[in-house]
Design a binder for this molecule. Structure first.
Ligand SMILES: Nc1ncnc2c1ncn2[C@@H]1O[C@H](COP(=O)(O)OP(=O)(O)OP(=O)(O)O)[C@@H](O)[C@H]1O
Length: 351
């Protein structure tokens, strides 16, 4: 008997995970394959025992639906498989930008200069969007300094049960994949030309992203290969440029905006990070890198200023500690800046 993918998902939605939400909503159903009556999928769990009843229920209900054979593999059962091979298997074929299946929108977070807080903004924005109920993915394409695993508190190698599809990791409601999870932390990553293009292509097309409302892409700083490749391979709906108010960072941001204009990627707006410094001891406010520079530049370039994020110790401690401030101190003034940003992007239909 033949069943559809939709019927299988509807059936799995009637089964509760131990957390109380259904298996699909909990993001546990990965690599689902429905061929005729044969159903196979992976349940991504940290420890199998609590999930055995849900697995048995799924097997029973799918059999009652007419599915045969039903094969459910819990990832914790299997030995960690070898990391997916990222070496290019064939020459990259010239192909135009494509929609990633299941992904509604792609937002690139970029900066002209390194160290201006682009990854911090990307991580907080992703978590803030997830907290608003959006289905969010994070593709950490910062090949030269991938920091999303640390910022989003995930570790371990992503699994690839069939050696082709890569299972992403998930934390704080964000489905994430990073080039940093495929390399040793201390290993210098020297991605060049075709190898780099192949790695990005694989992260876009071979990762089991599932259905996402928005995918955030944390780009490397500057105007290099990765930014170009992303725009060539995927349909990027918009770019957010992060800068500090300093002239030097602004000049680099201008180059970044110019590049996106040339690539035909719309600029969603600019974010001034490290805008003012508020002393965590006495609350005194000072402008370490100046203030308002990004706002002036945004006016000149006729792009919106999306947010001004203060320089605050808690933002650094949270990001570097593996739980962005939006998650660790959601009601703080600092988190509010990111939460308002997420809300305004949702309201304007951009995320
Ligand atoms: N608003 C902020 N307040 C305090 N610390 C911040 C803030 N934004 C970023 N930081 C800290 O600054 C450091 C650099 O930030 P981050 O890694 O996000 O920069 P980046 O622009 O992504 O750098 P690169 O592109 O070189 O990876 C981190 O330690 C981060 O915690």
């Amino acid at each position: 008997m033949s069943v559809t993918r939709e019927e299988v998902l509807a059936c799995l939605k009637t089964i509760q995970a131990p957390s109380g939400v259904d298996l699909v909503e909990a993001g546990l159903v990965r690599a689902l394959s429905v061929t005729g009556g044969a159903v196979r999928f992976v349940m991504e769990v940290s420890s199998p025992d609590p999930f055995e009843p849900a697995k048995a229920e799924a097997e029973r209900k799918l059999a009652a639906l007419g599915c045969a054979p039903v094969s459910i593999v819990m990832t914790a059962h299997s030995k960690p498989s070898a990391p997916p091979d990222l070496s290019p298997t064939r020459k990259a074929e010239p192909a135009g930008p494509e929609k990633i299946p299941g992904v509604d929108r792609i937002i690139a977070v970029a900066s002209g200069k390194g160290g201006v807080g682009k990854s911090t903004v990307a991580a907080n924005l992703a978590c803030a969007l997830a907290a608003e109920g959006r289905r969010v993915g994070m593709l950490d394409a910062d090949v030269y300094g991938p920091s999303q695993p640390r910022m989003l508190g995930v570790s371990g190698r992503p699994q690839s049960p069939d050696g082709k599809i890569i299972l992403p990791l998930r934390n704080f409601g964000v489905t994430m994949m990073s080039i940093g999870l495929m390399t040793n932390e201390d290993q210098a990553v020297v991605w060049r030309g075709p190898m780099l293009m192949g790695a990005l292509q694989q992260m876009l097309t071979q990762v089991q992203w599932g259905a996402l409302d928005v995918m955030i892409v944390d780009l490397p700083p500057g105007t290099g290969d990765v930014n170009m490749t992303l725009a060539q391979k995927a349909h990027v709906d918009g770019a957010i440029i992060v800068s500090t108010p300093q002239d030097v960072a602004l000049m680099d941001a201008r180059k970044g905006i110019d590049m996106f204009n040339q690539l035909g990627t719309p600029i969603i707006g600019m974010i001034e990070n490290m805008s003012t410094h508020i002393c965590s001891q006495c609350g005194h406010e000072e402008h370490v890198f100046g203030h308002g520079g990004v706002s002036e530049e945004a006016k000149k370039l006729n792009v919106p200023l999306l947010a001004e994020i203060p320089l605050h110790l808690d933002i650094r401690l949270a990001a570097d500690g593996g739980a962005p401030i939006v998650v660790s101190k959601p009601n703080s003034t600092q988190a509010q800046a990111f939460r308002s940003l997420a809300k305004s992007l949702i309201e304007s239909g951009q995320a």
